[in-house]
Design a protein around this ligand. Structure first.
Ligand code: GLN
Ligand code: ZN
Length: 768
């Protein structure tokens, strides 16, 4: 039996990589210094795993930005627009230019598109393909990193994304072909890489083929079969591991089991039952090894050794010890680095800390599980086993987790709790009456610029360097100025600006019971951007109102309507580490009830318009379509529970970004928000088509300008987009707003853009 790791976090336990990258980008350190930081992180990670007792230690899991972009560079899949830049710059600068765009020496190149990595909050750079795309070995990173580890005395297992998943992760930039057809051009470059690694005496290579967890076409499945047959023909002595994660193989099981590869990696955390399917399958060969992904790579809970060992024993009985590897469920890229760095007992209490494991601890768990599974002695006598059992037993009964009032309330939820009093048609009449808004009402999505000053006030207040009163005064002043600006600009529905909020999930988590936070639990989101998700450890409840004070204050300043701003239950769930001792649906419903109480309190405080943001609804969709309905049922219901406590004439908005709505438009309509605002400008209103085709009944605010760019759009451009919108959606259903919140923008560009936006709305009113 061996231990196997699929990937280790590369950000460094103190975010050294983030810091070094940002210093390099701003010209404060040299490329040599950045490269040295990378080397140090790789070395530390390899030694840490070797010392812990991992047998198959990954290399090429390191990346300065993203592993998919690394592979594009390796394979020479460099889009035409970077050609000139590539000739005049180093490989490293070309790489960063593809990731982030660059303006240098009269060259101006845009960044490549970025999107979410399966159902995680990690983002990768989308490969771009043209018809007859050629590939060639451009970067030797994977070979260099293997050699680098070898010098340290460690023979690693290089990891890379398999050819089929690589193609499927990308996008066709021309019509008339499907990217999977490029497999013929692509395979020779993979062979070249394998050849070079073979010359370096590689033993294992891991190919990630996570698309095996998705619904594949016959052609795609055939491409997988062909790929690994050819690899086996050319390199019969290299031990090939094909890794699948985030779900089971589903209808791809036969294909996977029939591959002539040394090892298949399984995600047994997401799907422990697949082991039974595999054992029952007639396609199971008597040679394949299985890497049992049994330690959760996506969450922060301590492994349950007792449960894991019973699963491992089942596998041992079927395959024998020699054909088994013990592993985390997926790359540890999605876990924070090291729990031991959490030394602040007020942020993370010892009681909760004993239930957790971050990457370093997960590596130790993998090694311990192998030890217990192999030892002839009863595991129950090992001190580590005993400690694990006690911690997990305590978690089951801990009083800080279980709140009977919350559980009771969830069990008593009735159908009417997820329904407004009346249908949208009736509500709409009452809202028109109560709110008296013009045609094409203008509004924004919530946040206004978070200046360095605003951020410094929050930081100082947290450190105790500002009193509550002084801090409140500063935020009040900023809020008042924002209200005045919106009034002067002629915006119809105002917002308070969200200056008191650090982050749209953390702000609520900090005020809800059942949440806790880390000081250093960073996880890479994209490039140098890391997030620190809250940990939901217990039943969620709301001890007191969370946002009423600021909304009430803002409303008191003006005779216009000020929108209340909340984050929805699905988004709070999706962007947190979620408890694994009850279904996600239950946790989501608990959050929904807390938000519902907040909505009702806002209404009672005189707030007539309330927005519940749900930008993460779409990303929560399960990977396999068969599971969509179940998820959508509870997720949409959670939103409705949050939104349905108010009277007909209180107007509920929701907001979503980075989403395509085509295949879930019915569910979006089922949310029954009075208004939905969506990101639309970058697609030139294309995203609106889904709503138009569906004849979406409620009101919509398609974003008319891109808030990701400092560029100020003209009223003419926005007018053009609005005209496009009115061509497909009736005018009296349309709102006018930016794509998303303005917190990352500067004030000068924000002011100019909103003045233009209001001008565009006014022109539309004349035209209509
Ligand atoms: N109300 C939030 C804001 O404006 C919404 C952010 C989001 O959709 N991601 O910042
Ligand atoms: Zn948004």
């Amino acid at each position: 039996m061996r231990t196997n790791n699929l990937g280790y976090p590369r950000i460094g336990s103190n975010r050294e990589l983030k810091k070094a990258c940002e210093l390099y980008w701003s010209g404060k350190i040299t490329s040599d210094e950045l490269v040295a930081t990378g080397e140090k992180i790789r070395k530390d990670n390899w030694l840490l795993q070797a010392n812990a007792g991992i047998d198959l230690i990954p290399s090429n899991d390191f990346s300065f930005y993203d592993q998919v972009l690394d592979l594009s560079l390796t394979l020479g899949a460099i889009p035409e627009q970077y050609k000139e830049f590539s000739e005049k710059n180093s490989e490293l600068d070309l790489y960063f230019a593809m990731a982030r765009g660059a303006q240098k020496d009269n060259l101006d190149v845009k960044a490549m598109e970025m999107t979410k990595w399966f159902d995680t909050n990690y983002h990768y750079i989308v490969p771009e393909f043209t018809r007859n795309q050629k590939f060639s070995l451009f970067s030797e990173k994977i070979i260099n990193e293997f050699k680098e580890a070898k010098k340290l005395g460690i023979k690693t297992k290089p990891v890379l994304i398999g050819p089929v998943s690589y193609l499927l992760l990308g996008k066709e930039k021309q019509t008339g072909f499907h990217r999977i057809e490029l497999i013929n051009n692509l395979l020779p470059v993979y062979f070249e890489i394998l050849k070079k690694l073979e010359a370096e005496d590689v033993e294992y290579i891991q190919f990630d083929e996570p698309f095996l967890a998705l619904n594949l076409s016959d052609i795609e499945r055939a491409a997988i079969t062909r790929t690994y047959n050819e690899i086996n023909n050319h390199f019969p002595t290299i031990k090939i591991i094909v890794a699948n994660y985030f779900d089971c193989f589903g209808e791809n099981l036969r294909t996977a089991l029939s591959l002539p590869v040394h090892t298949l990696h399984l995600d047994l955390v997401r799907c422990s039952l697949q082991l039974d399917d595999i054992l029952a399958s007639k396609y199971l060969s008597d040679k394949t090894h299985f890497s049992l992904g049994i330690v959760d790579g996506r969450n922060i809970w301590k492994n349950d050794f007792k449960e894991s060992l019973s699963l491992i024993k089942k596998a041992i009985n079927a395959f024998g010890k020699d054909r088994i590897l013990i592993a985390p469920s997926c790359s540890l890229l999605h876990s924070p680095c090291d729990l031991e760095l959490e030394t602040n007992e007020t942020t993370l209490t010892p009681e909760i800390k004993q239930w957790l494991a971050f990457s370093k601890q997960k590596i130790e768990e993998v090694v311990l599980l192998k030890k217990f599974a192999c030892s002839e002695l009863d595991a129950k006598n090992h001190p580590e086993y005993i400690e694990n059992t006690i911690a997990n037993a305590k978690r089951k009964t801990a009083t800080i987790i279980h709140n009977e009032t919350v559980k009771n309330r969830v069990s008593k939820i009735a159908e009417k709790d997820s329904q407004r009093d009346n249908s949208f048609i009736i509500r709409r009449k009452k809202q028109i009456e109560a709110l008296q808004l013009p045609l094409f009402p203008t509004t924004t999505i919530g946040s206004f610029p978070q200046t360095t000053e605003v951020r410094s006030w929050r930081a100082k207040f947290k450190k105790g360097e500002l009193t509550q009163q002084h801090y409140d005064e500063l935020i009040q002043k900023e809020t008042e100025e924002t209200i005045r600006f919106q009034e002067e600009t002629g915006i119809d529905v105002l917002v308070h600006g969200e200056f008191e909020r650090n982050d749209m999930v953390e702000y609520f988590g900090e005020q809800l019971d059942g949440f806790t936070f880390t000081k250093n639990g960073w996880v890479q989101s994209y490039g140098s951007r890391c997030v620190k998700p809250p940990i939901i450890y217990g039943d969620v409840s709301r001890p007191k109102p969370m946002t009423v004070k600021w909304s009430e204050f803002a409303q008191s300043l003006t005779s216009k309507w000020v929108k209340g701003m909340l984050t929805g239950p699905v988004t709070i769930l999706q962007w947190s580490f979620v408890r694994n001792d009850q279904p996600r649906a239950t946790t989501c419903t608990q959050i929904a009830l807390a938000i519902r109480d907040e909505v009702v309190d806002l209404e009672n405080a005189g707030i007539k318009i309330i927005q519940i943001d749900e930008p993460a609804i779409r990303e929560g969709l399960p990977l396999r379509k068969e599971e969509w309905n179940n998820y959508l049922d509870w997720a949409i219901k959670a939103f409705r529970i949050a939104a349905s406590g108010v009277k007909d004439d209180t107007q509920i908005h929701t907001h979503m970004c980075y989403s395509e709505f085509n295949d879930i438009i019915q569910n979006i309509a089922d949310m029954d928000a009075d208004i939905i605002t969506i990101e639309c400008s970058r697609s030139q209103m294309e995203l609106l088509d889904a709503f138009a085709d569906f004849k979406y009944p409620n009101e919509i605010g398609p974003g008319v300008y891109d808030i990701h760019s400092p560029r100020v759009p003209s009223s003419k451009e926005m007018l053009h987009l609005l005209e496009k919108a009115t061509a497909v959606i009736p005018a009296d259903q349309l709102w006018v707003n930016p794509d998303c919140g303005l917190k990352t923008r500067h004030w000068d560009e924000t002011k100019k853009a909103l003045i233009e936006m209001v001008d565009a709305a006014k022109k539309m009113r004349v035209l209509a």
